[in-house]
Every structure is written in structure tokens, then in C-alpha cells.
Design a protein around this ligand. Structure first.
Ligand code: ADP
Length: 436
């Protein structure tokens, strides 16, 4: 057995997945929340996918967990651990008890492996892969963790203050629990290290930008890489000949232009705030709006941070941050929801057009993540009216409630429009094996 353990640490959470690499199947997965009782934890604000019994990451993990037999142990504390053992009859177990820190969370996870399988005696990982949000300019591929690597991850914390320290906690806990197993850091930014200066440079004072490391880094790179490669495989075409636009639409959302397997542009920037309209984030905005709101509205920088990251996007426009609610309210005639959906689709189309121009044409447009994999309304709306560019969506294919990679354009359309479930955990595990 050759397993890789994939860890996604948030400030108060730990998501894990143990993957058997010979057939890329998930042996166990889980989520520990509210570690140290530091507040209700979401694993990250960047928007990676949660994972459950669904190894394909096809957006059905929520329903598969619900469909699984579920048992809840007595609630004796505040931390919550949900563990799912997949298979033909997936079982999901939830327990609550105090878990002080990430090191304790690791012990709880290992206990769960012993209880629900597989035992670490049989399935000791050959590597442990850690999702790290920010790799700055220093990391452009999976990296075996050394003390120097940890110092660098810490040094980049000012660019990702919520995320990089949490990743380090996870790495330290993993090193303590599995001292003989190589730890590998896989960075969300790494796939975008191929951006040219024209794409990553903001037109501000160059010295100031350099001093404060201000540039476009891009995020969701693990997903964009996985999905663009899966698109080439689905189409049976060589990756290096393919021009692809990937639309990763989850709570966080970003677009990526991929030319021959290399990211050439992406919509998120210095932080995950830039670009598309998201669940609670504004995406693109005239920076003068902030100055105006500060000067005229008296909003502090913390207020603006809160406004743009947590109270904007679909939520700010319509009072609803979940695309399912926005679509159903819009269809029921709610005006604010309709506007929110229109703004969301307008921005998406804007990026599709920009990336077609940058790529000099496009072979495939791929939708992924929660909204992209599930919302036929968003997919059809984003690409409506682009027929003259060879982009068509087949209504019946788009509306079919299917999971797995699929084509939603007619077979004879010049541009393939695809839905491909992302699987960041599997991508991290694969990348681990290239260096560990
Ligand atoms: P995250 O970015 O947190 O990893 P996901 O990729 O899992 O999130 O996407 C979650 C989002 O997907 C939800 O907030 C919801 O808006 C959206 N979503 C899930 N199912 C549907 C659906 N059937 N229709 C529209 N949107 C959906």
C-alpha cells in the first residue's frame, strides 16, 4: 500500500484525506472544526473544496456525507470531528470534545484511523502533503519541508495572515506525529508562477510595489492545474497544444487562462479578493471606492477589509451568499437577487472575453467547484451570446444532473465547454509523489 495523507489546516480547523496512490482511492477523510475553541472554523477563507467520501470531488461530498450512515457521539466539548470512511457503503461519524490545538487534532485523527480504519500500521503515508496558501515568489512547485522552508512560509504570513500561520501549525503537528515521514508543501500560488510580468504587475510605483511584494500571485492554482490537465485528458488532446479557460466557481471564485498547461493569467491578485464576484467578496472594484468610503463614509481600513471580504459579493448585493439561494430567489422574482446574478454573470463573461483575447483563441472552457459543477443557470448565463466566438452550450447536456467530467457543448461546436469536478486533495497527493 502506498498512501499519501493530505492536510489542509485552517486557523481553527484541520481537513484531512488519506489517499491510496496505486489506484488514487480515498481510504479515509475527515474534518476537525473549532480547534482550541477559536471560533466556528471554516478551514480557509480562500475557498478550497471541503472533502468527504467523494474521492472525485464532484461537488457531491455534502450529499454523500448526508447519505452515509451518520452517528453522533456525546457532545462533551466544543471541537467537532467528522470522519468519513468511504467505500460502497460510506459511513460518517461525528463526535464532539475539546481539542486544544493542531497537535491534539493530529492525535484525534490518528485515533480515528485506528477506530474506523485504516490503521497506520498498514497504511503509514509515504508523504504528508500540506496545502499552503501563499508561496510568494519563492515557491513554484511542491517543496519538501525543511526548517528553511518553514521560515519562508512564516515570512510570507504578512501576505496571507490567516492562512500561512495555520499551515505551519499543521506542518509542525504532522512532523511531531510522523517524524519519519517527509512533509511536502503544495502552494496555491505555485501554478501561477509562470505569469509574465505584464500579467502580474500592478501599474503603481514600482519601488513601492517591490518593497511590499505587491503583485498578482493568483490562487486556486492546485485546482486550475488539476482541472486544465483533466480537460486535456478528457478531450484526448496533448496538454501543450491546448488553450483553456478554467472557471473555478466556489465560495471563492477565480478564472485562469492556461496555455499549453501553463497559467498565463488569473483573476485573483495579491490576495484572493480580486477578480470575479464571489459569495461574500466584491472581486474587482475601482480602488478609489475605498478612498471615497474612507473619506466620506468614515470607514476604517478594518471596516473596508470586512466590507470587501465578508459583506460584499452575492451577499452584499442580495442578502444571500449561496448561489443556490440567489438563483431560486431570482427565479421567484426577487429584484436584488436578479441584479446579483446579473453582476456575477457579467463579470464572468468579461473574464472569458479577456482571456480569449490573451490566449489568442480558446479550445476549451471548463467549469469547476461548487457553483461551476452544479449550476446550469450560471454556466448558460456566463456563455450566452458568444456563439460568434464558437462557444455554444447544449441546453439538454447542461441541464442533465450528472456528476463526473462531461461536455456540455454540442459535439460539433468549435470550443469544447466542459464541466470537470476539481479534486485539490488528489492533486496535492500526486504532486507529493513527484518530490517525496
Ligand atoms: P468552497 O469555495 O468553500 O470550497 P465549493 O467549491 O464547495 O466551496 O462551492 C460551494 C458553493 O457552491 C456554495 O456556496 C453554493 O453557492 C454553490 N453550490 C453548490 N451547489 C449548487 C447548486 N446546485 N447550484 C448553485 N450553486 C451551488
Amino acid at each position: 500500500m502506498s498512501t499519501v495523507l493530505v492536510i489542509n489546516s485552517g486557523s481553527s480547523s484541520l481537513k484531512y484525506q488519506l489517499i491510496e496512490m496505486t489506484n488514487e482511492s480515498v481510504l479515509a477523510s475527515g474534518l476537525i472544526e473549532r480547534i482550541g475553541d477559536r471560533g466556528a472554523g471554516s478551514a480557509n477563507a480562500q475557498g478550497t473544496r471541503a472533502h468527504g467520501a467523494d474521492a472525485q470531488g464532484d461537488g457531491s461530498q455534502g450529499s454523500s456525507a448526508q447519505g452515509a450512515g451518520s452517528q453522533t457521539a456525546g457532545a462533551t466539548g466544543s471541537s467537532k470531528h467528522t470522519v468519513t470512511s468511504p467505500g460502497a457503503d460510506p459511513q460518517s461519524f461525528t463526535s464532539e470534545r475539546p481539542i486544544a490545538d493542531h497537535a491534539a487534532a493530529f492525535r484525534v485523527m490518528i485515533e480515528a484511523f485506528e477506530t474506523h480504519g485504516p490503521s497506520m500500521k498498514d497504511a503509514l503515508p509515504v508523504a504528508i502533503g500540506h496545502r499552503v496558501v501563499h508561496g510568494g515568489k519563492r515557491f513554484f512547485g511542491p517543496t519538501v519541508v525543511t526548517d528553511l522552508v518553514k521560515i519562508n512560509i512564516e515570512d510570507l504570513a504578512d501576505l496571507a495572515p490567516l492562512h500561512n500561520p495555520a499551515s505551519l501549525e499543521g506542518i509542525n503537528a504532522a512532523q511531531a506525529a510522523f517524524p519519519s515521514v517527509p512533509q511536502v508543501a503544495v502552494f496555491d500560488t505555485a501554478f501561477h508562477s509562470t505569469l509574465a510580468p505584464a500579467a502580474y504587475t500592478y501599474a503603481i510605483d514600482a519601488k513601492l510595489a517591490d518593497k511590499y511584494r505587491v503583485r498578482r500571485y493568483g490562487f486556486h492554482g492546485t485546482s486550475h492545474k488539476f482541472v486544465s490537465e483533466a480537460a486535456a485528458e478528457f478531450l484526448g488532446q496533448p496538454l501543450d497544444a491546448l488553450k483553456t479557460i478554467v472557471l473555478h466557481l466556489g465560495n471563492g471564485a477565480s478564472a485562469c487562462a492556461v496555455d499549453g498547461g501553463r497559467s498565463v493569467d488569473t483573476s485573483m491578485g495579491l490576495t484572493p479578493l480580486e477578480g470575479l464576484v464571489m459569495g461574500t467578496r466584491s472581486g474587482d472594484i475601482d480602488p478609489a471606492v475605498l478612498i471615497h468610503l474612507h473619506r466620506k463614509g468614515g470607514l476604517s481600513f478594518d471596516d473596508l477589509d470586512e466590507l470587501l471580504n465578508r459583506k460584499s459579493g452575492l451577499l452584499g448585493l442580495s442578502g444571500r451568499g449561496d448561489m443556490r439561494d440567489v438563483v431560486s430567489a431570482a427565479q421567484a422574482g426577487d429584484e436584488a437577487a436578479r441584479v446579483a446574478l446579473d453582476v456575477y454573470l457579467h463579470r464572468l463573461k468579461h473574464y472569458v472575453g479577456a482571456y480569449i483575447a490573451e490566449l489568442g483563441g480558446v479550445d476549451a472552457i471548463v467549469f469547476t467547484a461548487g457553483v461551476g459543477e452544479n449550476s446550469d443557470v450560471v454556466r448558460a448565463g456566463a456563455l450566452a451570446g458568444l456563439e460568434r466566438l464558437g462557444i455554444r452550450v447544449d441546453d439538454a447536456r447542461n441541464a442533465a444532473r450528472e456528476h463526473g467530467a462531461r461536455r456540455i457543448s454540442p459535439d460539433d461546436a468549435p470550443v469544447a465547454v466542459l464541466v470537470i469536478p476539481t479534486n485539490e486533495e488528489l492533486e496535492i497527493a500526486r504532486q507529493c509523489l513527484t518530490v517525496a
